[in-house]
Design a protein around this ligand. Structure first.
Ligand code: PEP
Ligand code: MG
Length: 565
């Protein structure tokens, strides 16, 4: 195989996996001799019923392990299998088209997958993998082909075009060392499950990877997003050593979970977590978060065909708050558009979706969506410290408009005699350069700022955050981005406002001292990053952080800033 020794893809699930390659391809719909249409229909019905039972067993297995959210993936798979668009279509292809059961279900599945892929949306494309997963299982029943579980006889690193969630959950964990995918998506269920189950994974490695010979030694680094083919022995030793160090460090950091997030000279930095589900809020508590700094509400609504009503939203926010009682829970109002899509709210096609109808812009033009959310947040705030955060704010007018809606919601609840938050805080995300440049005006009226470095970087550098062709340009440490962060912090502090960072940079321990030096009061990051960020805060000294920030602000490039850190 003519492949470079190291292939770079996208980091999907952290961890290091070293072992022989097992190249797995999903079963194709082979044309087997066709019996009578009645017999083919009967074969297909039996196979579908058997797969439904097998998926139900996987769902039970996950529920039994306390992984309710992951189990939901399989309950959705059962619905896919039950969808007339799939099963009725396949039956029609048999009775009207004379196809075999295998060809019919294969064709019906590919039609559905193609429709999803044609929508050119990362989230919906990832659902195509779910359709292929259930169809693949039916095909295996019909053709007797082996699934990943049967193929994995020895521990191996699995190489595939894509994998379905059922492949991961049914494969024996001790033999599935990790997986490397030619395709795959960061929001695909196989990626979500890999993180939940602790299986190292790299995706987006390109089709060339499928040419690797079976049994070739592989070393996969899930955090770096790289795959080494036939690495030299010393590299394997280095990676094993790195993994052992990481394990030891994680162990040591666990012991520090209860320690305060305070610099050596006594400056308190609020260390809170980004979460999207009650389960993540629980993980945040286990890692010692002092609250939630960013609850991404759109993810709570992802697996549903409709938007939840006020009562359902209230229950969800209360469930998250219950995981971290007595701490601030900063909830972001719905932030769809750009790269975030909801099945319940299909968006019109736009030339520039990141510059288009997204975030608060949608909320303000659709009060039928924003008002129930504000009402639910106010009601959840009656018994928890819920703070409301607005995404994608560009102008002061937008903040004023949102505050007017909040006041309307408060008046409605008061008139209805429903309990609500006594003094709701309304903050803005600083993720559009205009918001940072106009921070002075925003700080007068917003109760807090939270800097979304992911979008702030993309908009400052005019660089689509998901476009791998220009990934080199996407540098959160670019001095241009740092200057905007500094401006936002200075303006906020002049008005006594608290500033958080909730973009990915907040979870990068290499940037912790710099962010403290720029004036950030709160760092919010994924639960898994909390221990390292806590350690970085505790190792910092605010005087040296301020010096570091001044030097970084004087740098000419992200590379210079990185060299400083
Ligand atoms: C950000 O833009 O930094 C942010 C936290 O929001 P999201 O990544 O959800 O757009
Ligand atoms: Mg954002």
């Amino acid at each position: 195989m003519n492949t470079p020794q190291i292939i770079h893809g996208r980091a999907a699930a952290p961890g290091i996996a070293i072992g022989p390659a097992l190249v797995f391809s999903p079963v194709a719909a082979v044309d087997v001799p066709t019996a009578s249409p009645e017999a083919e229909v009967a074969h297909l019905s039996t196979a579908i019923a058997a797969v439904d039972g097998a998926i139900a067993a996987l769902e039970d297995q996950l529920r039994g392990a306390g992984k309710d959210e992951e189990a939901e993936i399989f309950s959705a798979h059962r619905m896919l299998l039950d969808d007339p668009g799939l099963s009725d279509r396949a039956m029609a292809l048999i009775t009207e088209g004379g196809l075999s059961a295998a060809l019919a279900i294969g064709a019906a599945g590919e039609e559905q997958a193609a429709e999803l892929l044609a929508l050119d949306d990362e989230y919906l494309s990832a659902r195509a993998a779910d359709v292929r997963d259930v169809v693949g299982q039916v095909l295996r029943r019909l053709t007797g082909a082996q699934g990943l579980a049967e193929r994995l006889l020895v521990p191996a690193v699995v190489v595939a075009h894509d994998l379905g969630p059922s492949d991961l959950v049914s494969a024996p964990r001790e033999r599935l060392l990790g997986f490397a995918l030619a395709a795959g998506g960061l929001t695909a269920h196989s990626t979500i499950l890999a993180r939940a189950l602790g299986i190292p994974a790299v995706i987006g490695l390109g089709e060339g990877i499928l040419g690797v010979a079976e049994g070739t030694p592989l070393a996969l680094d899930g955090a770096a997003g790289s795959l080494q083919i036939d690495p030299p022995a010393e590299e394997i030793a280095r990676l094993r050593g790195a993994q052992a160090d990481l394990d030891a460090r994680a162990q040591a950091l666990r012991a520090e979970v209860g320690l305060p997030s305070v610099t050596r000279d006594g400056r308190q930095i609020a260390l809170v977590a980004n979460a999207a589900t009650p389960a993540e809020a629980r993980a945040a508590r286990e890692w010692g978060a002092a609250g939630v700094g960013l609850l991404r509400t759109e993810l709570l609504f992802l697996e549903r065909p409709d938007l939840p009503d006020e009562a359902e939203q209230l229950a969800l926010y209360a469930a998250v708050a219950a995981e971290l009682p007595g701490t601030p829970i900063t909830v972001r109002t719905l932030d769809i558009g750009g790269d975030k899509h909801l099945p319940a709210f299909p968006l019109p096609h736009e030339q520039n979706p990141f510059l288009g109808w997204r975030g608060l812009r949608i909320g303000l033009s659709r009060p039928d969506i924003l008002l129930p959310q504000l009402r639910a947040l106010l009601r959840a705030g009656a018994s928890a410290d819920i703070r409301i955060m607005l995404p994608m704010v560009s102008t002061l007018d937008e903040l004023r408009h949102a505050r007017a809606l909040l006041e309307q919601a408060m008046a409605q609840l008061a008139a209805e005699g429903l309990a609500q938050s006594a003094s709701p805080q309304l903050g803005v995300m600083i993720e559009v350069p205009a918001a940072a440049l106009n921070a002075e005006a925003l700080a007068r009226e917003a109760d807090f700022f939270s800097i979304g470095t992911n979008d702030l970087t993309q908009y400052t550098l005019a660089c689509d955050r998901g476009n791998s062709r220009i990934a080199d340009l996407y540098q959160p440490l670019d001095p241009a981005v740092l200057r905007l962060i500094a401006m936002a912090c200075e303006a906020a502090h002049r008005h006594g406002r608290h500033v958080a960072v909730c973009g990915e940079l907040g979870g990068d321990p290499r940037a912790t001292a710099l962010l403290i030096g720029l004036g950030v009061d709160e760092l919010s990051c994924g639960p898994g990053s909390l221990p390292l960020v806590r350690a970085a805060i505790r190792a910092a000294d605010s005087g040296s952080c301020a010096d570091l920030a001044q030097r970084a602000l004087a740098c000419a490039s992200a590379a210079e800033v990185r060299a400083l850190l």
